[in-house]
Design a protein around this ligand. Structure first.
Ligand code: SAM
Length: 348
């Protein structure tokens, strides 16, 4: 599309204004179980059958299904008796709850929690800080106390974190040859569902991974997510700002630094450097901004999420390198994975 066409009719802006409508249609179909039902059913189903089985109105369901067809989330076959809907391969793989690559919990967190917080984006930009007080009436002095404001919210957050690793975890762990490192420490909490830890032991079967997190997260991870017979994954309860960090060969900080301002990142990295065995290192896993911050859009948007919900931000490779160097790490290497999360490695 040329610039002239852009100015004659603001196609791009109309497309952008539809952004949340599109997300909400996908999230709602997930939440109601449309994709799960179509996966289980023997063949395509009519909107009446889907509405009845899911306890929804026929009037509402037909419109939702047609919008899903428009979004290529469903296929449709028009017969003399009416329209019959089926999943596309993409929906079966990523939008059903039972798929090993399911993004159901990822999208439910967006639909419920993030969507709600983003109603206060204007305030977040004005104030330059997260919006827990306005959105939920709670103080964010203790950031993770606010994020884990109820047991239900904590589990939803953990499931959200874990979903991503089923589609990006392997690329992150395989980005560098980590084979000399076998004692791995990761504050990964719900990720604690063990997504990244499981990728570590799958790629490096001789490694052991210690999941380090706040006590209540470790308890939930043990109870719900890591089978007790998996002896290569162990747990360590602690507060990484207050308590000692155990000695290890490799420290993985996945989506940890983006929660915090530079001073807290430096405090944590310095502690990690002190405990790191000589020759070991730290692997930072984050979505990286371009050096001039002109993209990628996914990283720019994630940084806005960080504004609304945390004390941190997304960073450029140079910003990460500066923090790592200030903490004492050297030989800093950056790898883009081509997927959502990239990797920065620093050595001691
Ligand atoms: N690394 C995991 C992943 O990528 O799936 C989790 C990332 S999550 C955004 C940040 C994690 O840091 C949470 O599990 C949280 O409980 C943990 N965390 C926050 N503050 C902490 C603290 N003071 N001490 C230990 N863990 C903390």
């Amino acid at each position: 599309m040329s610039c002239t066409e852009d100015l004659e009719y603001p196609q791009l802006l109309i497309q952008y204004s539809n952004g949340f409508l599109i997300s909400k249609v996908m999230f709602t179909a997930c939440e109601l179980g449309v994709f799960d039902l179509l996966l289980e059913s023997e063949g395509p189903l009519s909107s009446d059958a889907i509405a009845e089985r899911l306890g929804a109105s026929t009037n509402g369901m037909e419109r939702l299904l047609d919008a899903c067809v428009g979004l290529k989330l469903l296929g449709v076959e028009i017969k003399s008796e009416g329209a019959f809907y089926r999943n596309t391969e993409l929906s079966s793989l990523y939008l059903t709850k039972s798929s090993p690559k399911s993004q159901y919990h990822h999208f439910m967190y967006y639909s419920k929690t993030i969507y709600l917080c983003w109603q206060y984006l204007t305030d977040a930009v004005r104030d330059g800080r997260n919006q827990y007080e306005r959105a939920f009436g709670i103080s964010s002095k203790d950031l993770f106390g606010a994020l884990y404001r109820s047991e239900e919210e904590m589990i939803k957050f953990m499931q959200f974190l874990n979903a991503f690793w089923s589609i990006c975890g392997k690329d992150v762990i395989a980005a560098f040859d980590l084979s000399p490192s076998f004692m791995i420490w990761e504050p990964m909490g719900g990720g604690g569902v063990g997504g990244l830890a499981k990728e570590c032991i799958s790629l490096y079967p001789n490694s052991t991974v210690t999941i380090y997190d706040l006590p209540k997260i470790v308890q939930v991870a043990k109870e719900h997510f890591i089978p007790p017979e998996e002896c290569r994954i162990t747990f360590h309860e602690g507060d990484f700002f207050k308590d000692p960090v155990p000695e290890a060969d490799l420290y993985i900080l996945a989506r940890v630094l983006h929660d915090w301002a530079d001073d807290k990142c430096l405090q944590l990295l310095t502690k990690v450097h002190k405990s790191c065995k000589p020759g070991g290192g730290v692997l930072i896993v984050e979505t990286l901004l371009n050096e001039d911050k002109t993209g990628p859009l996914e990283a720019q948007l994630f940084s806005v999420i960080m504004l609304v919900q945390t004390e941190g931000k997304e960073r450029t490779p140079t910003e990460h390198s500066k923090l790592l160097t200030a903490a004492g790490f050297r030989e800093i290497q950056v790898k883009k994975t081509g997927k959502f999360f990239d990797v920065v490695l620093g050595r001691k």
